[in-house]
Design a protein around this ligand. Structure first.
Ligand code: GLN
Length: 254
């Protein structure tokens, strides 16, 4: 009798645990895994706010990559110089922020294949005839966004004492408009947007530095290979060009 009760109880336990397992599997299937992107949404047309939503080339490209991986994209907005620490600590799965590949950053994170060519350009006041290219920046007050390659290169070339750092690129451009600094060094596409929004400024034809943008990951992350496959596929099927065209126009994406 005792044996019989025991086997009934055991059977009941088995059925219950199976049911539990079953429902767990179901809920996992219906809910996609989330992939978290760290960015700094102050960088049009790559990432910026439209209402309370982060949009732009990187935001849409990352959403297309996440879809290829069967994952749901979540975007975390933060200061530009917090992106690499967020990726290193695992707070974010990757960073997408018009981020330039540099040797120094390569020692901190892994980069995907490059998906775009960026350029550091120089913005000055429209009536400025003195500064016509990088050589004329010596001894001038140069505004940059903190922790960006504009900051790194300009402080290296022209001396820390001549650099004014701003949290947002747009603030540097505003300061130039107010005549508080002589020039701004910043990426070409945001430069275009900011100059359109501020009267009396121009972008010099002679660019300062050319660079590659890529997504960054925690070192040795398994995601890099998967994301590189997705990038290749989205470039091959024209999705990437379509996204760039939507935000920049017909300029060819590289
Ligand atoms: N391309 C620059 C860098 O990587 C600026 C990026 C940004 O401000 N979002 O430093």
């Amino acid at each position: 009798m005792k044996k019989k009760i025991l086997s009934v109880v055991l059977a009941a336990v088995c059925v219950l645990s199976l049911a539990a397992c079953g429902s767990k599997a179901d809920s996992k299937e219906s809910k996609k895994d989330t992939i978290v992107m760290a960015t700094n949404a102050e960088f049009p047309p790559y990432e910026y706010y439209e209402g309370d939503k982060v949009v732009g080339i990187d935001a849409e490209f990352a959403a297309a990559i996440a879809e290829k991986l069967g994952m749901e994209l979540k975007i975390e907005d933060m200061a530009f110089d917090s992106i690499i620490p967020a990726v290193q600590s695992g707070k974010a799965d990757f960073g997408a922020a018009g981020m330039t590949v540099t040797d120094e950053r390569k020692s901190q994170v892994d980069f995907s294949d490059s998906y775009y060519t960026g350029r550091q350009v120089i913005i000055v006041k429209e009536d400025n005839t003195e500064i016509t290219g990088p050589d004329d920046l010596t001894g001038k007050k140069i505004g940059v966004q903190l922790g960006t390659t504009g900051d790194i290169y300009a402080s290296g070339d022209y001396g820390d004492e001549n650099i004014e750092r701003f949290n947002k690129g747009f603030e540097a451009v505003q300061s130039l408009g107010q005549g508080k600094i002589d020039a701004v060094v910043i990426d070409d596409q945001p430069a275009k947007t900011f100059v359109e929004e501020n009267e009396g400024l121009k972008i010099l034809d002679t660019e300062y530095v050319e660079e590659d943008y890529a997504l960054c990951f925690k070192k040795d992350s398994d995601l890099v290979d998967q994301v590189n496959d997705a990038i290749a596929a989205l470039k091959a099927d024209g999705t990437f060009d379509k996204i760039v065209e939507k935000y920049i126009g017909t300029e060819t994406a590289e």
